[in-house]
Design a protein around this ligand. Structure first.
Ligand SMILES: [Zn+2]
Length: 309
């Protein structure tokens, strides 16, 4: 099987570890039950709220260094990704994300929007074209330097809690495929909820770990660990520290002072933009999953909107 930038764990390795996970990142429960062996780490399930998390995570400065090196994951943009898929794909992804925001929040196009994990600024650029005053945050220095050239708005290099934005200054906040990468998801969302203006809306896309096929795949991964390694790396990629679901995401939002407004199933971007670059077994597996999802009315990904309480 050929190695491609989309083959997460093999081409980008693991996000930094080193700090043992001693309690659930959502509810603080110390009882974390082994769920699955991944490459080099273990995935655990909280016995109370069902959040899945890796047994280790990294310190903030190491995480920033890691993303400055590898830049981002396939939904965003690394130089390798752009080389292989071209800037048009990245702009198409940004348009799809901006469309999702409008579908979920309404077609309003005036106001201030913040994207967390803005990578190289393709979505911010699209939002500016649509009339928004757009700002971004990212920990990757290489990405931020490029985003600053692409967009007019302020791009903060660093974390949400050290960003220079005033309380209540954004009408929209977007996190596309960011939640799973956060070492402290509650702390990050709490800081973001303070940045929302009255009536503002936070939009996030995330894996839905309560997807009905997860137990089926877990069984396959345990029975045939070698043969299913590629699909397992796609489902549980090496840059992710935690997986939420439609069952516990309302609890996460509540812990951050937010209330869930809407939730929609979201088709994985890979099927639209990357599937043709996959090897045949993975392409077959992914397309089969998407077809099965349509039959079941489910999706491995979700799009969620929330308002400040
Ligand atoms: Zn928990």
């Amino acid at each position: 099987m050929s190695e491609s930038p989309i083959d997460g764990v093999r081409s980008r390795g693991l996000a930094p570890g080193g700090i043992p996970r001693e309690a659930c990142p959502l509810c603080g429960n110390p009882q974390l039950v082994p769920f699955l062996d991944l490459r080099g780490r273990q995935l655990l399930t909280c016995s109370q709220c069902g959040v899945r998390c890796t047994d280790v995570y990294g310190p903030a400065e190491e995480i920033a260094g890691y993303y400055s090196e590898v830049q981002a994951h396939h939904g965003k943009a690394s130089e390798v990704t752009e080389g292989e898929f071209g800037g048009d794909v990245l702009r198409a992804i940004a348009r799809a994300q901006a469309d999702s925001m409008e579908e979920l929040c309404g077609p309003r196009r005036r106001g201030r929007v913040l994207e967390v994990g803005c990578s190289r600024g393709h979505l911010l650029e699209e939002l500016e074209l649509r009339g928004w005053e757009a700002s971004g945050i990212d920990v990757s220095e290489t990405s931020v330097l490029e985003a600053r050239q692409r967009c007019q708005g302020e791009i903060h290099l660093g974390e949400v809690h050290d960003a220079p934005f005033a309380e209540g200054s954004f009408d929209r906040i977007a996190l596309f495929d960011v939640l799973a990468h956060l070492a402290d998801p509650v702390g990050t969302l709490l800081a973001l909820s303070r940045l929302l203006a009255p009536g503002g809306i936070l939009v996030l896309s995330s894996v839905d770990e309560a997807w009905p096929l997860v137990p089926v795949f877990r069984r396959l991964f345990r029975l045939f660990p070698e043969r299913t390694a590629g699909i397992r790396d796609e489902m549980y990629e090496g840059q992710h520290y935690c997986y939420f679901s439609h069952r516990n995401v309302p609890q996460l939002l509540e812990a951050a002072g937010l209330k869930m407004a809407r939730r929609e199933p979201l088709a994985p971007l890979s099927t639209r933009y990357f599937v043709h670059h996959y090897s045949w077994p993975r392409r077959f597996a992914l397309v089969s999953m998407v077809r099965l999802d349509r039959l079941l009315g489910s999706s491995r990904k979700m799009l969620v909107s929330a308002k400040r309480v």
